[in-house]
Design a binder for this molecule. Sequence first.
Ligand code: NAP
Length: 250
Amino acid sequence: MRRLLILGGTGESRRLAERALAEFGDRLEVTTSLAGRTAEPVPVPGTVRHGGFGGAAGLAAYLRGHAVDLLIDATHPFADQISRNAAAAAAETGVPRLAIVRPPWRRRDGDRWIEVADAAAAAAAVRSLGRRIWLTLGTADIESFAWLTDHWFLVRRVDPPPAPLPLSQAEILLARGPFTLDDERRILKERRIDAVVSRASGGSATIAKIHAARELGIPVVLIARPAPPPEPTVPTVDGALAWLGLRLGA
Ligand code: NAP
């Protein structure tokens, strides 16, 4: 048996674990690593481990200690620290590594995008875009909007935030994706959203809100994503399965 470690926490990583076991389960053991940010993650087939490794050196020690043969980084496009660690640990240990990198979104007719470098620039941009703002961002980025005390914010989360959000006026909507175009259209209309702030994550997983905003003519402030991890990369789970197949001599 060969051993695959998937760095996960995304829909892609879950589908990859499912399909890798379905297609190569006779010769492959699959472990998915989760950072441990979600209280009750969606179940993933195979073995699941939780929590950080202790930087690139810790991940390299894990790869050696668990005799990992193949490493696939299927983390979120904005989870750039773990992706850098994965590239460094793979280089150090010689374990073949692949990263799934979502293709960037392309502007279409009707998009009212304002592209910015970071959350602080996004906060400056939304100031004049209306009072009701939907922040589709991680907790760390919310702080940048705290000074906008006249604005009302919608924040969607899987779990209730462990501490109150640093926002004067906010609604927390608890929901777990994936979200459809209907879901996102309903939110924009029912909450009378004036502008959306989103990370430019790319791929199909979270694009429905971008389509819904375009339909309704609502501006989207898009935060640029970090540099992608080094090659080899593939855009989809299908590409990762093809890479696995080659490595396994299938
Ligand atoms: P990050 O900033 O790149 O990682 C910070 C640290 O968290 C890493 O150095 C590592 O700790 C630990 N870590 C991250 N992902 C891990 C994993 N899959 N398994 C074990 N340890 C992991 O990442 P993040 O933005 O905190 O995201 C954490 C996880 O949530 C990722 O798995 C990502 O796919 C998922 N996620 C993130 C977002 C997002 O917006 N960032 C959205 C959806 C899902 P050590 O250095 O101690 O190893």
